[in-house]
Design a protein around this ligand. Structure first.
Ligand code: XUL
Ligand code: CO
Length: 433
């Protein structure tokens, strides 16, 4: 334990009626929901970058947070790890996630960056042993340093492609060394600022080649975790190639990798793409590429990726409903890719943000489970498609236009519209909240 959170009381589950802000109202890790503990359903993870590496800047102003671990030395990196594991333990989250750049000083060369990473990974291994906290996923930051300003895999300069490939290898090695359950690829700079200087066909091929190398390395090393792409339509780049789940699936199909790679879907990214979170989750499930989620909330007015902590239980309910319909997480989990507002300076703010987020997710999970168990929503959906249950209707999908035309004439078919009952279903959902 460190002294960073001194004065912050210990947390436990106290139930919905408690008046204690430092307590869980809904997240009760051992409580069984649909045959599984909430801990195992939700598989919570904290994101290292937002809570421990981000200084509180925005496009108009710099650092607002003062943290004793801000600095470029390995000593700072170790202190950061101490405080991070202190927070993970206090919250009782089973997992964490990190980028290389979050956890180690950059140094002055690739070799030094790698040495620093390996050193801190050893330090993590020791802490993970002591605490039982596990790694949900690791990833490479191929977007912050200026060398990546025109992309990583999709860079016009082959040297940057090489640097990126080498960096990914070191980050996959770090993830494997720590028993990580997934490896994530988020291509924040894999896209373009202007088409005027961009060869899109070439860049797509480069991205496909890099992804193939990642998959090959997974098989070569025997990594058992999942490779996940995290879609996002824009920000920081004007247009990003991994726009949304549908686009990523098309890309995977194109390169024959749809059986090898899944998606890590982020709430805020779904909103930026003009979708709901549940849309992205439902589509990933239907396409067989659902992997994990990055949980947060976007401001619906600003149009920015604001990465707020989730607190909207109705939204969480619809999201976890889709997660449950997908059969729950396998290697994936709920990673809080969320940051404090830049005025939230106190150590207690960091704890309360996660407590609120964990409770909102837990309340959503419980409502979703009740909705699924009750079965009324699924019964209504099933009933809507009941006409397709007859052998004649099913056979029509393998028929042809000429035969169908003949059938329509012979049977004097005259379809009768039916209500979609949207309001009735919306009222039904609200009953579980
Ligand atoms: C950026 C984002 C990233 C990824 C990991 O919007 O979500 O933090 O989750 O690189
Ligand atoms: Co994310």
């Amino acid at each position: 334990m460190t002294d960073f959170f001194n004065g912050v009381p210990a947390l436990s589950y106290e139930g919905p009626e408690t008046d204690n802000e430092f307590a869980f109202r809904h997240y009760n890790p051992d409580e069984v929901v649909l045959g599984k503990s909430m801990r195992d359903h939700l598989r919570f993870a904290c994101a290292y970058w937002h809570s421990f590496a981000w200084p509180g800047g925005d496009p108009f102003g710099g650092q607002t947070f003062e943290r004793p671990w801000f600095g470029d030395s390995m000593e700072h990196a170790r202190l950061k790890a101490d405080v991070a594991f202190d927070m993970f333990q206090r919250l009782g989250v089973p997992y964490f996630c990190f980028h290389d750049a979050d956890v180690r000083p950059e140094g002055s060369s690739f070799a030094e960056a790698t040495r620093n990473l390996e050193e801190i990974v050893d330090y993590f291994a020791q802490k993970m042993d002591e605490t039982g906290i596990k790694l949900l996923w690791g990833t490479a930051n191929l977007f912050s340093h200026r060398r990546f300003m025109a992309g990583a895999a999709t860079n016009p300069d082959p040297d940057v492609f090489a640097y990126s490939a080498a960096t990914i290898k070191t980050c996959m090695d770090a993830t494997m060394r720590l028993g990580g359950e997934n490896y994530v690829l988020w291509g924040g700079r894999e896209g373009y600022e202007t088409l005027l200087n961009t060869d899109m066909g070439r860049e797509r091929k480069q991205a496909g080649a890099m992804l193939q190398m990642v998959v090959d390395y997974k098989h070569k090393t025997g990594f058992k975790g999942a490779i996940l792409i995290e879609p996002k339509p824009q920000e920081p780049t004007k247009h990003q190639y991994d726009y949304d789940v549908a686009t990523v699936y098309g890309f995977l199909k194109d390169f024959g990798l749809e059986g090898e790679v899944q998606v890590n879907i982020e709430q805020g990214h779904a909103i930026l793409a003009g979708h709901t979170f549940e849309h992205e989750l439902a589509l990933a499930r239907e396409l067989g590429i659902f992997g994990s989620i990055d949980m947060n909330r976007n401001d619906y007015q600003s149009g920015w990726d604001t990465d707020q902590f989730p607190n909207n239980v109705p939204e969480m309910t619809l999201a976890y409903y889709e997660v449950l319909r997908a059969g729950g997480f396998k290697t994936g989990g709920t990673n809080f890719d969320a940051k404090l507002r830049r005025q939230s300076l106190d150590p207690a703010d960091l704890i309360l943000a996660h407590v609120g987020g964990m409770d909102a997710c837990a309340a959503g999970l419980k409502a979703a489970a009740a909705m699924l168990q009750d079965g009324k929503l699924e019964a209504a959906r099933k009933d809507r498609y009941a006409g397709w249950d007859t052998p004649a209707a099913t056979a029509m999908l393998d028929s042809d236009l000429t035969s169908i035309e003949a059938m329509v004439r012979n049977a004097k078919l005259d379809p009768k519209p039916r209500s979609g009952q949207q309001e009735r279903l919306e009222n039904l959902v609200n009953r579980y909240l």
